[in-house]
Design a protein around this ligand. Sequence first.
Ligand code: ADP
Ligand code: MG
Length: 665
Amino acid sequence: EGEIDYKEEAKFSQHLKKGEAVSDFAKSKTIAEQRQYLPIFSVREELLQVVRENQVVVVVGETGSGKTTQLTQFLHEDGYTIGGIVGCTQPRRVAAMSVAKRVSEEMDTDLGDKVGYAIRFEDVTGPSTIIKYMTDGVLLRETLKDADLDKYRVIVMDEAHERSLNTDVLFGILKKVVARRRDFKLIVTSATLDAQKFSNFFGSVPIFHIPGRTFPVNTLWSKTPVEDYVEGARMEQMMSSSNKVVPKLLILPIYSQLPADLQAKIFEKAEDGARKCIVATNIAETSLTVDGIFYVIDSGYGKMKVYNPRMGMDALQVFPVSRAAANQRAGRAGRTGPGTCYRLYTESAFLNEMLPSPVPEIQRTNLGNVVLLLKSLKVENLLDFDFMDPPPQDNILNSLYQLWVLGALNNAGGLTDLGWKMVEFPLDPTLAKMLLMGEQLGCLEEVLTIVSMLSVPSVFFRPKDRAEESDAARERFFVPESDHLTLYNVYQQWKQHDYRGDWCNDHFLHVKGLRKAREVRSQLLDILKTLKIPITSCWPDTDIVRTAICSAYFHNAARLKGVGEYVNCRNGMPCHLHPSSALYGMGCTPEYVVYHELILTTKEYMQCATAVEPQWLAELGPMFFSVKDSDKSLLEHKKRQKQEKTAMEEEMENLKKVQTEVERE
Ligand code: ADP
Ligand code: MG
């Protein structure tokens, strides 16, 4: 492990006192007084003046200066919510929810009343909402229904430096809205100094700087490369082995999948004398600001969604962060007083190995959704779209190809009827296709539940100390030929038990996850109703459901190679059945499967797999597959096996009879 210079530790108690001073500050000041203390408050008038005089403004300010929570309120106070609303986009769901909650408190209104938020499958706004926080994905979908975004007077595109895929697409779309609507204002905010690029994109618009109020951060480097950054950062162990009496330490995680009530804990004041340790993903880099942080331990890594052309899919992979991101992380320590940042990498790695700034998501991920969306906005030639940084042509072509295979695009590259319908659903093209095949095949009822269950985090609860018990509970839900149908089974049984929470606990299921799935289901149902698509069921013929599942996943079809070992039919990539899969229960593992996604851990594991017939692949995806004579259908195979077994048993019976007869004789 890398060695770290710990002489700074001596200053610890000093910082502790400062920490107490900060919480005293928060305790003694009213929420209104806290607002006035933020750096953005001192430039409120100048800022509003620039906004009055310009249609587009770029605002730059350090994280924590008050951009996200204050800008919308300033705009409201300056009259922009008369006859329209102020919208503010966030690349992250957690930020949209948490900030909306904070602003509703500052404005002394219920969340969902004057201040609300909208994220995918969750709309907490109402008729009196005037300030709306939302993910950039939600606003992007709104442009489908209302190209001019007429209900908004102002849009604040927050966290533009993140360069999320949806934000990048919105840049191109909002530029057109700005040109069409003179009454519309756009504010683009950034925490870093790459603002010139944004300004240039909108035609050299003004850049407004919020003066910073930050303290110096002392950076300490690892002297040698750190082999295991988890070990390197595990300060809890270090402290408990140091024999010193240390004050109470609260350890609070924050990441996007964490339930909202636990997320809110990071903002709560620690009791006197206790300290907080926040263990965060890069969500805490700029999206959320927690006051009173004096120490930052930076692993130098982050998880990034990257399109892997070999696998033909996105994968979450761990990568070194950029220098800009590392500096943002360090900056978190200097907001309320001088701080310290421990970097678990060498200075030379920082200077020579890290990229100056992150690669925008649009240049590294699958564009299926974006392409579908732009096509429906009548952008005929995607290579002509006004991208700030255009995606690589290969990525566009690859995504076009995948959509064509799914039947969403015709040979001329235009949307098919199926494609037009797919756009209506806030789902990945794959799941939208599965749903619509459910319509065609008459199993919409079943597929609707499966798609909803796939849209929420896993509902199976597996506590470490009760692993065996929970595994046994999960196995009782297994449908041997399909993990997808297993999910369906879980949902159905929950429904039969009146959607009860205690039933979930008894069966090691996350009730929150199931409730979310139920919500998603009812929203998808609403969309199906508006499209006048009738809900049909094929129960108990599960083969039909498996056909619909198969039709969505040609690109994820795999063929048996060894025990639990498969290879992707198209590219020969190895993939493995996960030990928790229901397919192990089949006795013999099926020859062909399709899977929802590939998860890279120790191996490439197929997440959520279903046994399919090779003919289905050939019929539904003829561009990929043809049936060879040697490819016996699984069902036939099983039927024949059963016949053989029965014949054998009869044979044995006969033999016994013959033997006894012989013995008697
Ligand atoms: P910026 O967007 O410029 O990074 P913010 O507007 O997010 O800044 O934050 C301004 C201040 O509001 C920060 O000091 C932060 O601590 C506080 N704040 C933001 N969200 C919350 C919350 N949910 N609970 C308590 N304080 C919050
Ligand atoms: Mg912010």
